[in-house]
Design a protein around this ligand. Sequence first.
Ligand SMILES: Nc1nc2c(ncn2[C@@H]2O[C@H](COP(=O)(O)OP(=O)(O)OP(=O)(O)O)[C@@H](O)[C@H]2O)c(=O)[nH]1
Ligand SMILES: [Mg+2]
Ligand SMILES: [Zn+2]
Length: 317
Amino acid sequence: MVGIVYKSTGSWYTVKEENGDFYECRIKGKFRIKGIKSTNPVAVGDQVRFEVETIGDDTIGIINEIEDRKNYIIRKSVNLSKQTHIIAANLDQVFLLVTLNNPPTYPVFIDRFLITAEAYEIPVVLLFNKVDTYAPEELDEIKFLAALYRNIGYTCLGISAATGKNVDKVKEMMIGKTSMFSGHSGVGKSTLVNALEPELDIKTKQISQQHAQGQHTTTFAEMFDLSFNARIIDTPGIKGFGIVDMEKEEIGDYFPEFFELKQDCKFNNCIHVDEPKCAVKDALETGDIAWSRYNSYLQMIKGEDENYRVDIHDDKK
Ligand SMILES: Nc1nc2c(ncn2[C@@H]2O[C@H](COP(=O)(O)OP(=O)(O)OP(=O)(O)O)[C@@H](O)[C@H]2O)c(=O)[nH]1
Ligand SMILES: [Mg+2]
Ligand SMILES: [Zn+2]
């Protein structure tokens, strides 16, 4: 039988078969997908082949094959840097939820996320959530950030999952597609799924007052069929986003505004650091490229971990 993985808890996988029935499945033996060393061999969104086994009164599925992935979002754990985790596979687009505070989302995190999506050509939409909570100067900051990313080519939208502001616009972008919500814990991913489909009533939780951070309420990625011909994958909040398997020389190509200028650099293998007559560095001086983007880039090519943020929770992924 053939189906799609809707939920994965690490040992059990919920698979929706083609005719719509759900099966609880396990995987057979050790699965190794070529070239990927990840903590989870099967991810939400994977297309799998499975057989059904009946043991007593229980019917369970055994997954024995994974179809080639169209794409996937993979990240390196910040603490266990050898471990990688596939967040989801076979996506049409990703919505990255960003909040200014409660919890804070810093540009370097946004940039690391975007670069990974660019590597697989997965479109990303930036959703600046909780606009109902911001003071005027904070709204200005959001507008500044949105303009920065819009200039590069990303769709940006200010929303409120709590009041419903612009949720209809998010809905419109989702029709006919499989999308994923990502972002730090507490940015409102599950609240937004509920705003789109109130019947789902997914668990959400207030962010910790003391630490201005989310409480890791969603613990497993899960896909939901929505009533308006769309599928959404709600994911657990991520703390940091370590990029996986990228050569220093290719990272700049995933910054669209750097890539566009590369042909004007004196050296065709310019990595925009110490080279003379570098179009990217010139664009920094004229303000055509944002310093925050360049700083994120430098950090990535130096292979520095994303240690800008201290989280009270251990990263278990
Ligand atoms: N004021 C306001 N609060 C919001 C908004 N969106 C979410 N919240 C609140 O933020 C808190 C966290 O929301 P969740 O939906 O649980 O966040 P999450 O991103 O799913 O978090 P994890 O599951 O831990 O990754 C809840 O108390 C929500 O009610 C919003 O637009 N405005
Ligand atoms: Mg959640
Ligand atoms: Zn250059």
